[in-house]
Design a protein around this ligand. Sequence first.
Ligand code: NAG
Ligand code: NAG
Ligand code: NAG
Ligand code: NAG
Ligand code: NAG
Length: 295
Amino acid sequence: MAHLPRLLPFFLLLLGVHASVCRGSPTTPLPSTHSTSICPKSGIKCGTVDISYPFYLSNATGETNDYNRFSCGYTDLKISCIWDGKNDTPIIQLGGDNYTVLDIRYDTFTVVLADTDALRGGNCPRVRHGFNFGQDHKWLEYTGSLDNLTFFFGCDPALVDPPLAGGIDKYQIKCTDFNNSPSTGPSFVFTKEELYSLPYYESLSKTWKCQNVTVPIDGRNPLLRSNQATLPSGGYGEVLKKGFELAWNSNKDEQCFWCQRSQGQCAYSQNKTLLGCVCPDGNLRPPNKDCNAPN
Ligand SMILES: *[C@@H]1O[C@H](CO)[C@@H](O)[C@H](O)[C@H]1NC(C)=O
Ligand SMILES: *[C@@H]1O[C@H](CO)[C@@H](O)[C@H](O)[C@H]1NC(C)=O
Ligand SMILES: *[C@@H]1O[C@H](CO)[C@@H](O)[C@H](O)[C@H]1NC(C)=O
Ligand SMILES: *[C@@H]1O[C@H](CO)[C@@H](O)[C@H](O)[C@H]1NC(C)=O
Ligand SMILES: *[C@@H]1O[C@H](CO)[C@@H](O)[C@H](O)[C@H]1NC(C)=O
C-alpha cells in the first residue's frame, strides 16, 4: 500500500475533472466532493431497475495512476445498461455469459437474474449454457431458492430406445417456436426430481447423443408444483423468464465492512483489490481507515 499517498491526490483530481466534464461545463469550479458519476449517492435507473452501490454501472469507473480501472462497488457487480431497441436493459456478466438483471432487492441483499438469451428466445427458448459461476465470483452466492432444470437437446432419434424410453414423450419439448436447428432430433426438459428418478437417466447423455444443459431456476415458482406437465409445452420458458436468485455478501472483506458501517463506499480495482473507502464527504480514505477514523 506504499503507493497510496501518491495515488490519492491523483484519484481526487481525476474525479474532479471527470465530474466537470460530465456536467458539460469545463468552467464549473471543481467540486470539493467526489464525482457523483463514479460514486453516486443515490441510485441510477436502468430500465425499471435501480442500480445502487454495491452495484455500479460499467460506464462509472475511474482510473488509478497505474492505469487500473476501479469502481465504487464490488468488482463482480458491474452492470452494463444496454439499449435493446425498446428498453434500457441492465446486464451483468457472470462466468462469461450475459444475464439480465430483473430485480435488485437491497433490503435482502438479493438479485434476480435471467439468462439474456432465454429472455429473447421466444416462448420456448433454446438455452445454450449452464451457470458457470463459481469461485471467481467472490461476492455472490446461491440462495435457498435455487433449483434447476436439465435439458437434453437434439437426441439422435434412431438411438432413443422406445421400450426403455417408455413414457419419455411426456418430457419432450413440444412448441411450434422451439428451434434447435440444424438438429431435428427430439429434445427434453426435466426437473431435478424427474431426472434422477428416471430409468433412462444415464442413456440420455451417454447413448442417445443428446446435448445436456442444466440451468438455474427459482424453485419457488408455483408452476413447478401445480403444473409441471406443462413445462415441455412452454411452461419451462415462463419459468426461465422469471429468473433465479443470487445473494451478495457484503461482509467478504473486513476493511470494506468497516468502511460501509461508517457510511462509506468501497472502491475496488478490477482485480478485486480494495483500494480505499469513499466517504460521504467525498474524501477517499485508505482501505484500513473508515470514514469515522481521524484523518
Ligand atoms: C452511464 O449510463 C447511465 C445509464 O445508461 C446513464 O444514466 C449515465 O448518465 C451514464 N453515466 C456517464 C458518466 O456516462
Ligand atoms: C454480452 O453482451 C454484450 C453487450 O451486449 C455483448 O457484446 C457480448 O457479446 C455478450 N456476450 C455473450 C457471451 O453473449
Ligand atoms: C441443481 O440444484 C441443486 C440444488 O437444488 C444443486 O445441488 C445441484 O448441484 C444443481 N445442479 C447443477 C448441475 O447445477
Ligand atoms: C451431461 O453431459 C456430460 C458429458 O457431456 C456428462 O458427463 C454429464 O453426466 C451429463 N449430465 C447429465 C445430467 O446427464
Ligand atoms: C491489483 O491491483 C492493485 C492496484 O491496481 C495492485 O496494487 C495489486 O498488486 C493487484 N493485485 C493483484 C493480485 O494483481
